[in-house]
Structure formats: structure tokens, C-alpha cells
Write a protein that binds this ligand. Structure first.
Ligand SMILES: [Zn+2]
Ligand SMILES: [Zn+2]
Length: 282
């Protein structure tokens, strides 16, 4: 039932069918992106990152909490747009009451520009996406200390001496590791251009051909393959993982159509988050 792909150092496991359900687990980052479907092996992440309140992204949240409780896992950190935090939290209180079992989380309402440290070497930044309801995307990055260019090549002993003398030899640089942008107009690439330079970009691609017109796709605030192809040369990412495909096309049609339509420069970095054969999961 689950699809697994490898994008650079990151494993992405889960299910994504546009409008039906999307949950993607990246174990190396200890994150679950969206909560549209529960699966036993998807629930272990300490950080749940919700993009928006549509049911294909949030509908399985109580079930995920239930399975976590069953497995005795600690309460997760739940990031979600600040505009829906109180409503979702109230719903959870009601559900806790119904089942006489607390669904507990550390609730973190987020807005574009917010930063949170997930662990010592990993942080997330929130950016705006463009959908029909309050929505955000998430970019994960590492801050690392890098020797300033003018000191590269100095012997280790001299670096240590200069450091001891209080010289500023290092600067902090950000390594943009992975970003998640779904249920959005393509202009998210303009309003948050660092997506194009993030090592792994997980990006919505709901529609792939004329069975959904560009106008209809935009009216629903979704991304169409035509729009990705227009910008094919903009992507500087090591990998672009396309997902949230509509079930209008079968998984096999998705692979075939993208192989036919994408220029080599884009195709070489593309990973399609879709089964390679058969039906969509479920
Ligand atoms: Zn969706
Ligand atoms: Zn949506």
C-alpha cells in the first residue's frame, strides 16, 4: 500500500493521491508531512507538519494519534496553520471526550516566516502557499559553521591559534535540505524562490494533461504539469519529488506521460511519488 522513494539521503514513504489522502514520512528528519491517511508504520515521527485543513491532508489525524497511543509513543509536536489551530484543538478535545482517552499533542500554530528548531542540527521554516483555505509549506534546513573563504587552506594549528586569539574564522551558512509545498498555485515558486535551490523539493503536481484544464486547475489553487514544464529550467534542486497526483490518471499513465513530456534536464532530477504499476493505493 505504501510507496517508498529515495531522494538523495532522504527516504520518503507513504501515500499521496490528490484530493483523497496524502501522508509522507521522512524518517531521517523524523517528520510526517500531512495526515491524510494512517498506516501502522507511518505514525512514528515526532513532528507532524500539516499544510492545511482539507480532509485529504488532515482527516486521519485522530487515527494517527490513536495508533501512537496504542504503541505508547510520546505526544508529538503538531505544526499547523495558526488560523486553524484552535478549531482543530477543540475538535480533538471533543474526540478525547468521546473515547475517554486523551489525544495529546504539543500544538504549534504557525505562520509564514516562523522558524522552529526540531533538533540540535535541524530547523524548519514556514512559508506561504496559495490555496483556497489557510495553508503553509515547510522547509527544513541545517545551520552549519563554515570556514570563511579567506582562511581555507590554513593549517589546523594556525586555525586553532587564531581561534584562541578570538578571530572570527567561521560563518554560519544554511543548508536547505528538504521542502514540502502542496495544494498551491505554482506562484509559490516566485513568492518563495529558495524552494528552487533546496536539495529535495516535494511539490504538488495534481494534473498532468488536458483532462484537467489549466484554468480549472488554477481555480482550485492546484499545480498542473503544464506550469512545471514552463519553468523546467528553473529547478536547481538535486531532486524534485512530484506527488498529489489526481486519480484522473492511473499511476502507469503518470509515469508514461511525464516521461514523454518532461525535458531531460528536468526528468533527470524528477522522482514520481506514485506506484510504478497497478492502481492507486486503496
Ligand atoms: Zn490536497
Ligand atoms: Zn487542499
Amino acid at each position: 500500500m505504501l510507496t517508498t522513494v529515495k531522494a538523495g539521503p532522504y527516504t520518503i514513504r507513504g501515500v499521496s493521491v490528490g484530493g483523497v489522502y496524502t501522508s509522507l514520512h521522512v524518517p531521517e528528519l523524523d517528520c510526517l508531512f500531512d495526515a491524510g491517511i494512517v498506516a501502522r508504520s507511518l505514525v512514528g515521527a515526532s513532528n507532524l507538519l500539516v499544510s492545511h485543513g482539507h480532509s485529504d491532508h488532515i482527516g486521519a489525524l485522530p487515527a494517527i494519534f490513536g495508533v501512537r497511543g496504542l504503541l505508547g509513543q510520546p505526544k508529538p509536536r503538531l505544526f499547523l496553520p495558526e488560523q486553524i489551530r484552535d478549531a482543530v484543538q477543540t475538535t480533538f478535545e471533543q474526540l478525547s471526550h468521546i473515547q475517554r482517552y486523551p489525544l495529546e499533542a504539543e500544538w504549534v500554530g504557525v505562520k509564514p516566516g516562523d522558524e522552529h528548531q526540531l533538533r540540535r542540527d535541524l530547523s524548519l521554516r514556514v512559508f506561504r502557499t496559495h490555496h483556497t483555505v489557510p495553508s503553509v509549506g515547510y522547509q527544513l534546513f541545517r545551520r552549519v559553521q563554515k570556514l570563511r573563504a579567506q582562511y581555507v587552506g590554513l593549517p589546523g594549528k594556525e586555525i586553532a591559534e587564531r581561534r584562541a586569539a578570538g578571530q572570527e574564522l567561521f560563518q554560519t551558512v544554511e543548508h536547505l535540505e528538504l521542502a514540502y509545498a502542496t495544494d498551491t498555485l505554482i506562484r509559490v515558486l516566485d513568492t518563495y524562490p529558495s524552494l528552487l535551490a533546496t536539495r529535495v523539493l516535494i511539490l504538488e503536481c495534481s494534473f498532468i494533461d488536458e483532462r484537467k484544464s489549466l484554468a480549472d486547475s488554477r481555480a482550485g489553487c492546484h499545480v498542473h504539469l503544464d506550469e512545471i514544464l514552463e519553468r523546467a529550467s528553473d529547478f536547481q534542486n538535486e531532486h524534485v519529488v512530484l506527488m498529489h497526483f489526481s486519480q484522473i490518471a492511473s499511476p502507469e499513465e503518470v509515469h508514461r506521460t511525464l516521461a514523454r513530456r518532461c525535458p531531460k534536464s528536468l526528468w533527470d532530477r524528477l522522482i514520481l511519488f506514485a506506484p510504478t504499476a497497478g492502481q492507486w493505493p486503496g
